[in-house]
Design a protein around this ligand. Structure first.
Ligand SMILES: [Zn+2]
Length: 246
């Protein structure tokens, strides 16, 4: 049995997921404890893979013991790290990771990517502001590319963001739920851009997560449906309307 630890996965968001130890690095060995000079302390870093999504994190563990213990001997053991005397300290990445949804047009992807990189750089105001820009660009793009009538499409493109969201909803391009979500993104982005108070870390991370959900519904889902449709139309059986005979 490999070594296993339970951690909330920052990649697939599984609570208390079972992570397997894939490797280790000893940063320092046999530091002497201040409390008890007879006790040695090892600081070890482990590469851990999530049992659910297989993506990796690194985690720092400390072990205290009375005699020297080689890391390679630790790695060949079974059970959990806690069972063999390790104490958990910290792991990275610890926050939920934000990924760019697929099928985004590049002009929408660019501000969304900037929102994500501002989260990494801890620029919370800038992250919220870039969410608003991503929404602004996405709603103009939807009006331009999804409304058949050019005159109506250009009228909607020129509207202020709030009115544009309402118009896209009346056109049936946003469901009522997505329209509400777009309203939340707009208000959050406005607050980040214009409020005297700094935008908080929690609000910024939540807002970028909401933007990720909005863009997934607006672009990733239709993009996947189009791919499936293309595959079905390209398959030989769809041309003849009959099943393959062999
Ligand atoms: Zn996972």
């Amino acid at each position: 049995m490999p070594l296993i630890v339970k951690i909330d996965c920052p990649h697939c968001h599984t609570k208390s997921s079972g992570f397997q130890v894939e490797g280790g690095f000893r940063r320092s060995s046999d530091l002497i404890s201040r409390r008890d000079p007879a006790v040695f302390i090892d600081e070890d870093w482990f590469l851990l893979s999530c049992g659910r999504c297989k993506k990796c994190i690194t985690a720092q563990y400390i072990s205290e013991h009375n005699s020297h213990r080689e890391l390679k001997n630790v790695l060949s053991q079974h059970g959990s790290l806690e069972d063999i005397g390790y104490t958990y300290k910290v792991h990275f990445p610890s926050e939920v990771t934000l990924e760019e949804p697929e099928h985004l047009p590049s002009k929408v992807a660019s501000p969304f990517r900037q929102a994500i990189s501002n989260i990494s750089a801890e620029n919370w105001d800038a992250a919220g502001t870039m969410v608003r820009k991503a929404l602004d660009v996405a709603t103009r793009d939807m009006a331009r590319t999804r409304i058949g009538n050019e005159k109506r499409s250009e009228t909607i493109v020129k509207l202020w963001l709030k009115k544009r969201i309402e118009a896209l909803t009346s056109e049936g391009l946003l469901t009522v739920d997505l329209s509400d979500l777009a309203g939340v993104l707009k208000d959050g982005g406005d607050e980040a851009a214009h409020d005297d108070e700094p935008y908080s870390k929690e609000d910024a991370i939540r807002l970028v997560g909401y933007a990720q959900a909005f863009l997934t519904y607006a672009y990733t889902v239709p993009g996947m449906v189009a791919e499936v449709r293309e595959r079905v139309e390209d398959s030989p059986s769809s041309n003849t309307g009959s099943r393959p005979t062999d």
